[in-house]
Design a protein around this ligand. Structure first.
Ligand SMILES: N[C@@H](CCC(=O)N[C@@H](CS)C(=O)NCC(=O)O)C(=O)O
Length: 283
């Protein structure tokens, strides 16, 4: 009897494993199919229009996605007309932002910028020195690939309920916030930084803001007197510290000790976001 029940449990376990495997495959298949259908719809978009697919407008600022704000700021810097789509924010790689232009769907803010530079023969780096460009690139990678995790810790792990107000997440979707928080906590661990305590994560990422502030120094922009291409990304990230993470140590730093970062963001805002207030969802 005992032996039989072990056999039964084992069989059940195997069955459960098989079901789990099939379930995972089915979900992946369904997600792929959904993306393909969505892209087919956008294949029909007018060829002369550039469509920026990104997050919907948020309360404190036009986008609480650093990459969304980066790409939209780039389009404004490069004077490329665009139309916003916030119904399909996630694109072919499951991330936002992405663009549709002349039947091409392209994901990743940096790849989009490089593609559009070629397509429209744009160079936003004419007035910056080689050293300024190199320092700006290093800062961009530091903020996008390291500071970002501090922001994730703050928004998704430590203040998930505040996020639902920043983003105006509709009723039912609020129910999945704890799952999203868990997923992102796992991502922090997989990245490595999540193995540290929150205090350590904040110390490490606050140091990124100190570094960016030191590199900026007394300059108006990271590109010097004029913004360079990297400024769109740097603005996209630093603006999140200032307007997109209320109550955080990032915000406090930019309001105080690192106020050159706030002044910098105000300059970028004045230059490219005259309609900033209209682009906030104040409803
Ligand atoms: N390297 C990408 C990063 C894009 C990215 O991570 N976007 C976030 C929003 S800020 C996203 O889509 N996250 C959803 C997810 O990873 O599941 C870019 O520059 O566009």
């Amino acid at each position: 009897m005992g032996c039989c029940s072990i056999e039964l449990n084992l069989t059940n376990l195997i069955l459960l494993g098989v079901l789990f495997f099939i379930g995972k495959k089915a979900i992946k298949f369904f997600q792929k199919w959904k993306v393909e259908k969505m892209l087919e719809k956008w294949d029909e978009a007018p060829k002369d229009k550039l469509i920026l697919h990104t997050l919907w407008r948020c309360k404190p600022m036009p986008s609480i996605s650093p990459f969304g704000l980066k790409l939209e700021t780039y389009l404004r810097m490069a004077k490329i007309p665009y139309e916003l789509d916030t119904k399909n924010p996630s694109g072919p790689k499951g991330k936002l932002p992405w663009i549709t232009y002349q039947g091409v769907h392209l994901a990743d803010s940096q790849l989009c910028i490089e593609y559009l530079n070629k397509k429209f023969d744009i160079s936003l780096n004419k007035s910056a020195s080689k050293e300024q460009l190199a320092a700006a690139r290093a800062c961009r990678i530091m903020l996008e690939d390291h500071f970002l995790w501090g922001l994730v810790q703050y928004r998704f792990v430590d203040n998930i309920n505040a996020l639902s107000q920043l983003m105006k997440i509709p009723g039912l979707f609020k129910l999945i916030l704890p799952i999203r928080s868990y997923q992102l906590k796992q991502r922090l661990v997989n990245q490595g930084i999540g193995k540290h305590s929150p205090t350590e994560i904040y110390q490490m990422t606050e140091a990124d803001l100190h570094t960016a502030s030191a590199v900026l120094g007394n300059k108006k922009f990271f590109g010097g007197d004029e913004p360079c291409e990297e400024d769109c990304a740097l603005f996209g990230c630093v603006a999140q510290a200032i307007w997109g993470s209320p109550g955080s140590s990032f915000e406090r730093l930019c309001e105080g000790e690192l106020k050159n970062l706030k002044e910098y963001c105000e300059r970028m805002k004045d230059l490219y976001w005259a309609d900033w207030e209209q682009c906030r969802d104040k409803s």
